[in-house]
Design a protein around this ligand. Structure first.
Ligand code: NAP
Length: 302
């Protein structure tokens, strides 16, 4: 077996051709860890922001060498350390959070603590499962930050996107009266989530969950004394008019992810894959996503 594996990294953020595929040394799993052979890694806005240099600019990436890409993954356990729990061959998914690191999930493999992993249920193929973890965990966390709705009104911006669509469903289950803000062409999808739809929202909402990163324009839609939950780390809009401002900070959580994967497998939570593409085509995929308008995630297959 090879002693190295391939992974996509950024060397020159913001540069003309920033993504490179390199070989890095394979490591063995320690206690409570497994090595996962990755079947799919979803491409998310956070990865585009790493490539653009956004997180370097706001101080979340300080290293001068290459930076790893990819947070989401699904794959198969290839080696298990002591007390790992998941036997070799288990189908698993998870996230590898963190900005300032030398490789991520755009890779052939990774070593990860089992507490951060969940089994992928039967009926969910690994490339579809790869599009679930980051966005479903983010949506669940976002709804935690909102709390119980008790019939109050919630505007979810970007409701046709992965975080927004999952948040719309989960918030409705927590008692919010949810309206999704999305593009005109997304009306059918958003209504299909069981929530109301708008393509232009007037102010006055009890809460706004801002998955479209409208930021100042988003907080302006909250009524005086309401709640705004943003999704951009280190970039909360200033509080105004007594509006409580919170910012999403997703974390790995295997137990919770297991519930969310079950919900995706049963169709309770939406999961959309736009295309499954070889890892070698990562630069073109990033360009396509940057143009906007893509519905569903690209999943990279190493
Ligand atoms: N802080 C955290 O822990 C955390 C975790 C996960 C995700 N996030 C962030 O959450 C955000 C959403 O992620 P995602 O994966 O859901 O992205 P996504 O799938 O690309 O969805 C974003 C959606 O917002 C829509 N949108 C943007 N501007 C809009 C506008 N003015 N009106 C209506 N719709 C608009 C986009 O439509 P178009 O494509 O047509 O523009 C797209 O459908 C990203 O910024 C991501 O980085 C944060």
């Amino acid at each position: 077996m090879s002693t190295t594996f391939r992974t996509a990294v950024v060397r020159d953020p913001g540069g003309p051709d920033p993504i490179e595929i390199i070989d890095v040394p394979r490591t063995e799993p320690g206690p409570g860890e497994v090595r996962v052979e990755i079947a799919g890694a979803a491409v998310n806005p956070v990865d585009l922001a790493v490539v653009s240099g956004f997180f370097h600019e706001i101080g979340l990436i300080e290293r001068t060498g290459h930076v790893g890409l990819g947070w989401d993954f699904a794959g198969t356990v290839a080696a298990a350390g002591p007390d790992a729990g998941f036997p070799v061959g288990s189908r698993v998914a998870g996230i590898l959070p963190g900005f300032d690191r030398d490789f991520g999930t755009y890779a052939e493999q990774l070593v990860i603590p089992v507490d951060d992993l969940a089994l992928v249920p039967e009926g969910l193929d690994l490339t579809t499962a790869a599009a679930v973890p980051l966005n479903a965990l983010a949506a669940a966390r976002l709804v935690d930050l909102l709390g119980d709705g008790e019939g109050r009104s919630l505007l979810v911006t970007g409701a046709a996107g992965a975080v927004g669509a999952n948040a719309a469903v989960l918030a409705q289950e927590r008692g919010w009266r949810v309206t999704g803000l999305a593009r005109a062409g997304d009306e059918k999808f958003v209504r299909g989530l069981g929530v109301d739809f708008t393509q232009e929202a007037a102010p006055g909402w009890d809460a706004v969950a801002d998955a479209a990163t409208l930021q100042d324009r988003g907080i302006a839609l909250v009524r005086d004394g309401g709640v705004f939950v943003g999704v951009l780390p280190n970039a909360a809009p200033p509080e105004e008019r007594g509006v409580t401002v919170r910012v999403l900070d997703v974390r790995a959580d295997g137990a919770r992810l297991a519930e969310l994967l079950d919900a995706a497998a049963s169709g309770r939570l939406p999961v959309r894959v736009h295309a499954v593409v070889p890892l070698d085509e990562v630069a073109g995929v990033h360009r396509a996503v940057a143009e906007g308008g893509v519905r569903g995630k690209y999943v990279l297959r190493p």
